[in-house]
Design a protein around this ligand. Sequence first.
Ligand SMILES: NC(=O)c1ccc[n+]([C@@H]2O[C@H](COP(=O)([O-])OP(=O)(O)OC[C@H]3O[C@@H](n4cnc5c(N)ncnc54)[C@H](O)[C@@H]3O)[C@@H](O)[C@H]2O)c1
Length: 330
Amino acid sequence: MTLNINVPGGKSEITIERGALSEAGRLLDLNRKVLIVTDSGVPSEYSAKVASFCKQPVTVTIEQGEKSKTLANFELLCKTMLENDFTRSDCCVAVGGGVVTDITGFAAACYMRGITFYNIPTTLLSQVDASVGGKTAVDLCGVKNIVGAFHQPEKVIIDPDTLSTLDKRQFSSGMAEAIKMAVSFDSDLFELMENNDISLILDSVISRSVALKASIVMKDERENGLRRTLNFGHTVGHAVETLSGLLHGESVAVGMCFMCSDKVRERLVPLLNKFDLPVSTDIPADELCKVLIHDKKMSGDTINVIRVESIGTCEIRKMPKDEFIKSLGA
Ligand SMILES: NC(=O)c1ccc[n+]([C@@H]2O[C@H](COP(=O)([O-])OP(=O)(O)OC[C@H]3O[C@@H](n4cnc5c(N)ncnc54)[C@H](O)[C@@H]3O)[C@@H](O)[C@H]2O)c1
């Protein structure tokens, strides 16, 4: 299936199809210089497949993991394009998880003030979330995604077959973001996940999650309002991720459990348990708050939080700081 995002910042065409990686030569315009970015944990056959369709491929493989989402690697990507005489009509292709799509998108947003980039996400998390919507970034001084840009990938190729090589823990981390979409916006999808074996509904979980994200991005590309609801579980989640070393999706799973009603938690916790995702943390509330202050998320007397009071709906609420700290169990 194909979905389209059409926003002031650009157009993005998303193809979701088993085997689509082998169609990259047809789906993307690779008849120019192409910077292919991947990481050391992504099976190299995926980036090699893309390179096989290019006349002039240049492949950069960064080290796997969040620690690679740095300005130093951003510089490496820009320098590589410069050294290979890339012009504004050349392009980048990200082949990997959210780390690769975020940093490649940011390099593409900045090189010569913006060149075309394509995403080929290969983790569940990047297929249901990170590769779509045009948010690109790197981390700085321990603060996640603090330097970045909005830059839409011209095309996104989502091939669920690439998930066959992903380990179980990374798969579950991606499920946390899909569960986030369902619990915040789509009670039918939530029920589908509760009642079925994931292997039978995976393609539909991916396409429905992407469709939900696309519709929100179309209404609020720059995250002035509605798009903030996609951050359900992320405020506390980012602090948990920084302090615990848990994966992104695992941290979001913990964060979601703090920000919902008891009624929602009764169904959310068993669904997260189904994927062996964590639902609580031992990190003391004051430690979490210290990171949130550093993250600039808690600078005034109030904090904006996203709450889910009933499955399938969410709201942005301004919460007094004291009440928020109390909700963390302090
Ligand atoms: N831009 C956005 O809108 C957005 C949204 C959500 C998350 N993110 C970002 O995404 C990042 C997390 O992404 P992630 O969970 O994909 O992590 P990741 O990119 O670190 O990938 C996880 C691991 O899986 C490996 N891998 C990738 N594809 C594989 C495959 N097919 N088979 C085997 N191994 C494979 C990678 O080498 C890596 O070790 C975070 O930096 C987060 O901030 C961005």
